[in-house]
Design a protein around this ligand. Structure first.
Ligand SMILES: NC(=O)c1ccc[n+]([C@@H]2O[C@H](COP(=O)([O-])OP(=O)(O)OC[C@H]3O[C@@H](n4cnc5c(N)ncnc54)[C@H](O)[C@@H]3O)[C@@H](O)[C@H]2O)c1
Length: 277
């Protein structure tokens, strides 16, 4: 039996993270599109990693439980990486909430029951969650702690009608849910954190850059403190630290990695974005 790394969402960000923590372990590659997982597997196996692939839909608890069962066949689950998601240009409101909000919450819940002592997890959230104004303490509490099956029935969640808001609320929920779950994962000797990336060049970001909001995104990148988009490897480096022995005192935390874009959105040259939304 080996230690197991579970990656759900085998896009570029997920792959960059799994490559940094997967050596000598069994890497489970799960994705909604089995072909995407298989493509990732070819790259990983070609680079010396041991892998298996599985089709997973995180918007289904049954599918997540199936993933847990599959992973446990190879050994103790040491690392869980969730980089699965859909963006505002890719899906309607319902699908975004079901995958990004509910699905991520269920994944945290189910892996929190089986994560190994000394283990760690990373959830990929987004800078988008940092663009919502402050929610009330009650709303924060509800997003963090409501039973997963009741999350999408919260009145202020049900009232969401546009895809950008659905994405922003989902990503805010990811961060709050990670805080709540850290209290549960901690009892098993495990840590769980989230990373909120800015625009990272991946196929998902390419869809956004080509989509109806593309021009705005390009202008935003140019005016941001870093003046560019990020790369999956930069997110991978941060995740590697958080999942390493040096990151054991870090749990329930969110890390914004966006080249200063959010700072500028609230207090700098990008404040115009706030006024136009
Ligand atoms: N790329 C960016 O600029 C950026 C910025 C901020 C946050 N993110 C977040 O990073 C994560 C990964 O995005 P990426 O840029 O690597 O995109 P990507 O499209 O390359 O990867 C996302 C993967 O998730 C899979 N997926 C979609 N729905 C799923 C479901 N229901 N169950 C299981 N898998 C599913 C897709 O098939 C795809 O392989 C997403 O959560 C996204 O919101 C991306």
């Amino acid at each position: 039996m080996k230690e197991v790394v579970v990656l759900v969402g085998t896009g570029s960000i997920g792959q960059a993270i799994a490559r940094r923590v997967g050596a000598g372990k069994h890497v489970v590659l799960g994705d909604l599109k089995l072909e995407a997982a298989q493509k990732a597997s070819e790259i990983f196996e070609g680079a010396g990693f041991e892998t298996s692939t599985i089709a997973v839909d995180i918007s289904s608890r049954e599918s997540i439980l199936n993933l847990v069962e599959h992973a446990q066949k190879f050994g103790a689950i040491k690392n869980v990486i969730c980089a699965a998601g859909v963006s505002p240009s890719q899906a309607p409101v319902d699908a975004i909430l079901k995958v990004d909000m509910y699905g991520t919450a269920v994944l945290l819940e189910e892996f929190g029951k089986v994560i190994a002592d000394g283990g760690s997890g990373i959830i990929i959230s987004s800078q988008s969650g940092h663009r919502l104004g402050a929610l009330t303490e009650e709303q924060n509490f509800q997003l963090a702690t409501s039973p997963t099956e009741e999350l999408l029935d919260l009145p202020f969640v049900k009232a969401i009608t546009d895809t950008l808001k659905a994405y922003q609320y989902s990503k805010r929920c990811n961060v709050l849910r990670v805080m709540y779950e850290a209290t549960i994962w901690g009892k098993r000797g495990a840590t769980i954190n989230s990373i909120s990336p800015g625009i990272i060049i991946t196929p998902l970001a390419a869809d956004e850059l080509k989509g109806s909001r593309g021009e705005g995104y390009r202008k935003m990148l140019k005016a941001s403190p870093a003046g560019r988009a990020g790369t999956p490897d930069e997110v991978g480096d941060l995740a590697e630290f958080l999942m390493s022995s040096r990151g054991r005192f870090i749990s329930g935390a969110d890390f914004l990695i966006d080249g200063g874009t959010t700072a500028s959105y609230w207090f700098g040259d990008l404040q115009y974005l706030r006024k136009t939304h």
